[in-house]
Design a protein around this ligand. Structure first.
Ligand code: PHE
Length: 451
């Protein structure tokens, strides 16, 4: 459905707001990044902290971003500028973060596309032992041009959908196959749980051991929550600028958060039993999922079908996320620089393709290029998730909690008084006091100010 109000697109139907926002949230962050950071940070205790971050910070900040977007009907920079000029730097922080995230996200998306193709052609089925999965993966990502081809194809697919226009492209692709992803994950989780020694993986994921928690763990959990929910960088501002006035922001945010967390935890239930059963190190980092999944599929009847369907769904989940990141940049250039939508889309595509190529090559031939000891790919991942997004979230709390016109904010959350106000009062309290104070303490603690 296409609606136009004041020359600007809006999303049709009640479902659409939830679908596009969930499309943005659910992606590689849940299925690739979540298991690997859980694995690197000790398991159960990290999960508890993560869920707290989602509920106490993720949900309120998502609502704050929704309100800013729908109150202003603008891109991330324009939205803050329209509400209060002094805060437009917050929009720029988001535009920068979206650009840097796309730089490595496109690369990982390319890997999923390669794994989908290798599932169809049977290339993956040749491996039988964990070392072989690892060698296969390492060989692929360090290859001088193969990953570039897949990354390029992925960028092109994103570009074509974005250039088709907001509603047509994004809405339609978001409606696709999301429930199917959940069903397939459930089936894989059952299979994984039945693997010999799988119980140990479950204990790792669900039995908290708080002795392993450090200030850095909290920062990583917070960063993962922001990354997974697509908040702290104006994605939700941009998307909410297309929402209709009747959309219930509270329900939308609640459903998106619930779905996103469900998919992440399910991915953990799929991955960790297999990790322990096959004897892979949970601390394997970004390769964890790619070396664990083939082992799961190979043990299943009709392994090729499962593997193909799974990677196809993962490609689609990644695509609905890259669309939302691309849209942040495209909407920004279109509205702030006055470019046509096509031009804006092409500029975004060209710039992110260049950064993506660098990030991809940094896992092979450009491995020697380091920033603070990390290669380009890892530094983009670390800088955005652990610094730019939580910092963006912090400033969002301050702006919406203290500086945005209270009536404007309340009108968004209660749909002009259609819903009761107690929820708004609680939300505003979290945004004014709790969230910014804790986020600030967390940053200071990580800078070792208290030691
Ligand atoms: N949330 C997406 C995921 O989990 C990634 C993303 C981050 C998308 C930030 C948009 C903005 O895969």
């Amino acid at each position: 459905m296409v609606h136009r109000s004041q020359g600007r697109a809006t999303l049709g139907g009640k479902l659409s707001a939830v679908l596009v926002a969930a499309g943005s949230s659910v992606g590689l962050g849940n299925i690739w990044r979540f298991p690997y950071v859980v694995g690197e940070n000790g398991g159960g205790a990290f999960l508890v902290i993560y869920v707290l971050c989602v509920l106490l910070f993720g949900l309120p900040i998502m609502l704050a971003e929704f309100s800013v977007g729908r109150a202003s009907h603008r891109n991330a920079v324009g939205a803050y500028r329209k509400l209060d000029r002094r805060w437009k730097f917050l929009g720029y922080n988001g535009v920068l973060a979206a650009f840097l995230i796309l730089g490595f996200y496109f690369v990982v998306s390319g890997w999923t596309a390669e794994y989908m193709v290798q599932s169809v052609t049977g290339g993956l089925a040749h491996c039988t032992a964990p070392e072989q999965y690892a060698a296969f993966f390492e060989g692929f990502i360090a290859h001088p041009w193969r990953p570039l081809v897949y990354t390029g194809l992925f960028i092109l697919a994103t570009h074509v959908i974005i250039a088709m226009g907001v509603q047509k492209g994004i809405e339609r692709s978001s409606k696709l196959l999301m429930p199917l992803l959940l069903v397939v994950l459930l089936a894989l989780a059952v299979h994984s749980l039945l693997m010999p020694g799988g119980g140990e993986g479950l204990r790792f994921l669900f039995r908290p051991d708080f002795s392993k928690v450090t200030p850095a763990t909290v920062l990583v959990a917070m960063g993962q929550a922001f990354f997974s929910l697509s908040i702290g960088l104006g994605t939700m501002v941009t998307y909410a600028s297309y929402f209709k006035p009747e959309t219930d922001l509270r329900k939308t945010a609640f459903n998106v958060t619930l779905l996103d967390t469900l998919v992440a935890v399910l991915a953990g239930v799929v991955i960790f039993p297999a990790v322990f059963s096959v004897g892979i190190a949970p601390t394997s980092g970004p390769s964890l999922v790619f070396i664990t999944l083939p082992g799961i599929f190979n043990g299943m009847p009709l392994s090729m079908v499962w593997s193909t369907v799974f990677f196809l769904l993962l490609v689609i989940a990644a695509l609905t996320s890259t669309l939302s990141l691309h849209e942040v940049l495209t909407a920004y250039m279109q509205e702030e620089w006055g470019l046509s939508r096509r031009r804006a889309a092409w500029t975004t595509t060209a710039a992110t393709a260049a950064l993506g190529a660098l990030a991809s090559l940094s896992l092979g031939v450009l491995g020697g290029w380091k920033i603070c000891g990390l290669n380009i790919f890892d530094s983009l991942d670390y800088l955005t998730a652990n610094i730019l997004l939580p910092a963006g979230g912090f400033v969002t709390c301050i702006f919406v909690g203290w500086f945005m016109d209270r009536r404007k904010f309340e009108a968004q959350i209660t749909n002009n008084g259609a819903f009761r106000a107690w929820f708004f009062v609680a939300l505003r309290w979290l945004l004014r006091y709790f969230c910014p104070v804790v986020l600030l303490l967390m940053f200071l603690d990580n800078l070792k100010v208290f030691h």
